[in-house]
Design a protein around this ligand. Structure first.
Ligand SMILES: Nc1nc2c(ncn2[C@@H]2O[C@H](COP(=O)(O)OP(=O)(O)OP(=O)(O)O)[C@@H](O)[C@H]2O)c(=O)[nH]1
Ligand SMILES: [Mg+2]
Length: 190
């Protein structure tokens, strides 16, 4: 029997809690509240990830089964409201995942279109390039801006990142098919 897809396969902090079947993983990274879980639900086509108005709610590394790969929702960084000791625990788990996890081939960096690019985003992409991981950049919440603001923010973000970005809205569905096409470009089924 084929494994069930589009479900939470594991919720982990330690490596021994993570899937052991070696299927490829794509990570979702981004500042807390950037819209990672919302995009994940859109891509899956079902509500599997928890979306909150409460930043820092995703407190473990969640592995969702896709057809022949895992979509991995990581705790958002840049928490303001989470106690420092908890922040460090997530930080360590995410660091360990990103630096040592063998099935990880890359992922999606999600950035709220209205926010600036900060040190953490640059550091992440630099580190990813050094590890030969493939990251696409998604600008979320496009529905929050009017057409001319969208154009301007896209220009600013593409200049800041030095690479093209995928504008999306998890609210309207704008741009979701383009993100799926990028994932298919990696040879993954979605
Ligand atoms: N207008 C609009 N709101 C969005 C969009 N995507 C997410 N949101 C809202 O932004 C808030 C945070 O969304 P989440 O998907 O939970 O963000 P997250 O990055 O998973 O947050 P953490 O798990 O805390 O790191 C929620 O209130 C969402 O409804 C979007 O495309 N448009
Ligand atoms: Mg989340």
């Amino acid at each position: 029997m084929a494994p069930k897809t589009k479900r939470l396969a594991a919720s982990a902090l330690r490596p021994d809690e993570m899937p052991q079947d070696g299927q490829i993983e794509l990570a979702f990274l981004g500042r807390s509240n950037a819209g990672k879980s919302s995009l994940l639900n859109r891509l899956a086509g079902v509500q599997i990830a928890h979306v909150s108005g409460n930043p820092g709610k995703t407190q473990r590394i969640h592995f969702y089964s896709m057809v022949n790969w895992y979509l991995v929702d990581l705790p958002g960084y840049g928490y303001a409201k989470v106690p420092k000791n908890l922040r460090e625990e997530f930080g360590e788990a995410v660091d360990a995942y990103l630096t040592t996890r063998q099935p990880l081939i890359g992922g999606i960096l999600i950035q709220d279109v209205r926010r600036g690019v900060q040190e953490e985003e640059y550091a992440l992409l630099q580190w990813a390039a050094a590890r030969n991981l493939f990251f696409i950049i998604v600008a979320s919440k496009m529905d929050r801006l009017n057409k001319s603001e969208q154009k301007e923010r896209r220009r600013v973000l593409e200049a800041a990142y030095g690479q093209m970005i995928y504008p999306i809205s998890s609210r309207t569905g704008e741009g979701i098919d383009d993100v799926k096409a990028a994932i298919r470009g990696l040879g993954l089924t979605i």
